[in-house]
Design a protein around this ligand. Structure first.
Ligand code: FMN
Length: 197
């Protein structure tokens, strides 16, 4: 059984991004994957600031990484597959996802500092990013600072492969956004099925 970590950063009931994620998980072979879901909106995540940041710096100065503050990072580092679902907000993703990412970027857990630079420690073969966008935004184009960021993060954390599945134009009234959504749903299903190979 492989470990799949689902980072759910969908923000409201009826979310189209959540629909895309639903299609992905409907097609996933549950006999091969154990799914752990993190509902970011329901978690007490805090940005690194003030006392919270200072305490973490002190903990990082110790060689041990046994403090519960590093549990999320350990979970991320150990997953075989990581799936993130988040809508496109303000040219990127919701800040809630960035707050989570701050928690999991931990030296000695998800990456290592070596003499030649930083090196990823995450074992995941796949990171899959599911998103929907109101405008006609091209994945990894100059207006997409969400997928581009997660692709850059691959360099730090070391997940082997990265895939973005997106539907765009969902808030453009005279655009055939339903086709864009259907295409993304088919792609999400195909990608989920391919994980079982
Ligand atoms: C706070 C907020 C910020 C948004 N920012 C953008 C944006 O910068 N560009 C864009 O094309 N759409 C933007 N949108 C529209 C969403 O990307 C679009 O409606 C998306 O499909 C929402 O996904 P959801 O149904 O899962 O919430 C924004 C929506 C919200 C609520």
């Amino acid at each position: 059984m492989k470990e799949l970590l689902y980072i759910d950063c969908t923000m409201h009931p009826g979310s189209r991004t959540a629909l895309l994620a639903e299609a992905f998980f409907d097609a996933l072979d549950k006999t091969k994957f154990h799914v752990t879901t993190l509902d970011l909106d329901a978690m007490d995540l805090e940005p690194l600031r003030n006392e919270s940041f200072r305490t973490r710096q002190l903990l990082l100065a110790r060689p041990e990484r046994d403090h519960p503050r590093f549990d999320l990072a350990k979970q991320f580092s150990a997953a075989d597959v990581i799936v993130i679902a988040a809508p496109y907000w303000d040219m990127s993703f919701p800040s809630l996802l960035k707050v989570y990412i701050e928690q999991i970027c931990v030296d000695g857990v998800t990456f290592a500092t070596t003499e030649t630079g930083l090196s990823g420690l995450c074992r995941a073969e796949q990171m899959i990013y599911l998103t929907t966008r109101g405008g006609l935004i091209e994945t990894d184009g100059p207006l997409d600072q969400a997928s581009a960021y997660l692709r850059a993060l691959q360099n730090l954390l070391g997940y082997k492969n990265y895939t973005c599945i997106a539907a765009s134009g969902l808030d453009i009234a005279d655009y055939d956004w339903q086709s864009s959504m259907n295409e993304a749903i088919q792609c999400a299903k195909k990608t989920a099925r391919s994980l079982a190979d």
